[in-house]
Design a protein around this ligand. Structure first.
Ligand code: FES
Length: 576
């Protein structure tokens, strides 16, 4: 068998002064020469507690790379933490994907392990992997623990939002609220322990063949996570040494379709739809929302995990994770059994290892909720579509018509939601607009307006809400998200005024603004985009080039499959 030409050879082979300089700079010894160099893209940061688990897995990861025949070299990458980064880590997802691509392009790397754990680090790594086209895998950093509060385990995000509802309804006092904060602080680092965006994207990574099966819900700091790290390093090094296909070849169209159906089956985050559209765009498998709705049509909710169920992500992991969900769906021809996973097994082979207990991950015939768990709606209020997680919503609101209560942006919502002068009826439809990719910019998780305090105190627990923003994967409610086109670019959401009737029809997949066409034309003629505030740097570049949600909110100059091959090396690898 021919030894594949390593990309790093362009830097390290030879005996001139340039090759010497390169080998010395990278610490390449005589023994290392001819081995693939495996980059470890390290997103650890004290500004991002979700990535805290990586310190403990670096040693086994590097050992795995060495044992696989490679040379590990670690480099830092910007970290995207959901909680502290404003206006939203989503604003920076594409920046990190681009940073990763450029780091890989500029350096002598033959393969990459991406350390990714929080909501946006995972999709940014998958996008970069698609574009850099090298053998690569993600190493996920583990899920955080679940401390007890009032006798039950606290689910990240979901139980904070529930407590907020109770506080607004007057059933949780200040002492209880403070006790909740102290308990949350005991959870430590790691990804959210619910089926939020991070867990959903972890499962997506497994389904795409980009993370080892069993990664989702693996406990932070566990011996199992250390073993996953070792095996990840070993596989990537061995793949690079063997000239195995790059990540762009691993993430097939069938794998993307599997991932979308799995998202529905686990009641996964709506954010995954945007991320998968972006990943698919970079692979040349263009998705549209109608196609996605068809994929979801027969997929029920199988995972009894918060926010759609009662258990936590550790329980999902212990119940077999991907193996068990696949075992439930494969007999119904809802997944492609031949998709190859990161450890080389097919999905069907993995499903054959699923445990028999079906308490947390149910059978297809005994689901947590019937299909569909997610839907796409469209109509006069969302001509290019919007997404609703039916599994986290109220069936009695699936056919609903109510008067709009409009908030022009997030600040307006925060300021006026509880305005005693503004009477909001329980059948109202709360509209929060100008939260889209262009509007903020960055499309924060501002779509889920809380129930107005007066209604919450009266026992109202859900209302129809409509937004061009996103919501946390740990959230719940009848919230229609990602309305496209967004208000900031003149989508119909911009034309809604208080009192307009809005109709949501889940069965018909419709979202309608019941205002006659002539009136809408009059409003459109009067509509003005927001003044172009002075933006500079990345937000400027982002706003000028970002696509709408159905296309994944990628930047137009990054969104297509790259022409740069995995063997890309600069035309001249000389002195810098
Ligand atoms: Fe980082 Fe949930 S906030 S994983």
């Amino acid at each position: 068998m021919n030894t594949p030409q390593l990309r790093s050879a362009a830097w390290f082979d030879g005996d001139d002064e340039v090759a010497v300089l390169h080998r010395v700079a990278a610490g390449i010894t005589a023994e290392d020469r001819g081995r693939p160099v495996i980059g470890i893209a390290d997103t650890s940061s004290q500004l991002n507690p979700c990535q805290a688990g990586f310190a403990a897995v670096l040693e086994p990861l590097e050992r795995g790379i060495r044992d696989g025949g490679g040379v590990p070299l670690r480099f830092p990458v910007m970290s995207l933490g959901e909680d502290l980064m404003k206006p939203s880590a989503m604003l920076y997802r594409n920046l990190v994907a681009m940073e990763l691509e450029e780091q890989v392009r500029a350096h002598p790397l033959d393969g990459v392990v991406f350390l990714a754990n929080c909501d946006k680090t995972v999709p940014s790594a998958l996008m970069a992997a698609a574009s850099t086209q090298l053998p690569s895998l993600l190493l996920l950093g583990g899920a955080r623990s679940a401390p007890l509060f009032a006798g039950r385990r606290l689910g990240s995000g979901t139980d904070l939002w529930r407590a907020l509802e109770n506080r607004r309804a007057g059933t949780l006092d200040d002492a209880g609220w403070q006790q909740l904060e102290e308990t949350l602080a005991c959870a430590g680092g790691g990804s959210c322990n619910t089926m939020g965006t991070a867990s959903t994207m972890a499962l997506v990574s497994e389904a795409l063949g980009m993370a080892l099966p069993g990664s989702t819900g693996c406990a932070v700091g566990s011996a199992e996570l250390a073993d996953l790290a070792y095996r990840t390093g070993r596989i990537v090094a061995a793949s690079a040494a063997a000239g195995a296909p790059g990540a762009d070849q691993v993430m097939t169209e069938a794998a993307v379709a599997n991932a979308l159906r799995l998202v529905a089956a686990v009641g996964g985050s709506t954010n995954a739809v945007i991320h998968l559209a972006a990943i698919a765009g970079r692979l040349g498998h263009h998705l549209n929302l109608a196609q996605i709705d068809r994929l979801w049509a027969e997929v029920p909710l199988l995972a009894d995990v918060e926010p759609c169920g009662s258990q936590l992500i550790h329980d999902f992991h212990d119940a077999g994770g991907l193996a068990s969900v696949a075992a439930a769906l494969l007999p119904h021809h809802l997944l492609d059994p031949g998709v190859v996973l990161a450890d080389g097994r097919s999905l069907a082979d993995l499903a054959a290892t699923a445990p028999s207990d079906q308490t947390v991950i149910r059978s297809y015939g005994d689901p947590v909720l019937p299909a569909p768990a997610l839907v796409v709606v469209s109509g006069s209020l969302a001509p290019d579509g919007a997404v609703l997680k039916t599994a986290a919503s109220s069936p009695e609101l699936w056919q609903h018509t109510g008067p709009a209560v409009v908030f022009d942006d997030y600040a307006d919502m925060r300021a006026r939601l509880d305005d005693p002068e503004r009477v909001v009826s329980p059948d109202a439809v709360l509209v929060v607009r100008n939260c889209g990719p262009v509007g903020v910019p960055g499309m924060p998780e501002w779509g889920m307006a809380p129930i107005p305090a007066a209604l919450a105190a009266a026992g109202v627990r859900d209302m129809v809400r409509v937004s061009d923003g996103r919501m946390s994967g740990t959230s719940f409610g009848t919230v229609v998200l990602h309305v496209a086109p967004e208000a900031a670019v003149g989508g119909p959401l911009a034309l809604v005024t208080d009192g307009d009737l809005i109709e949501l029809d889940v069965a018909g997949r419709r979202l309608e603004l019941l205002v006659d066409a002539a009136e809408l034309e009059r409003r459109r003629a009067a509509w003005q985009p927001a003044p172009d505030e002075h933006l500079r740097g990345w937000p400027r570049l982002y706003r000028d080039h970002v696509s709408q949600a159905p296309s994944g909110c990628d930047l137009d100059f990054l969104a297509s499959p790259t022409a740069a091959s995995r063997r890309f090396v600069p035309p001249v690898v000389g002195r810098s």
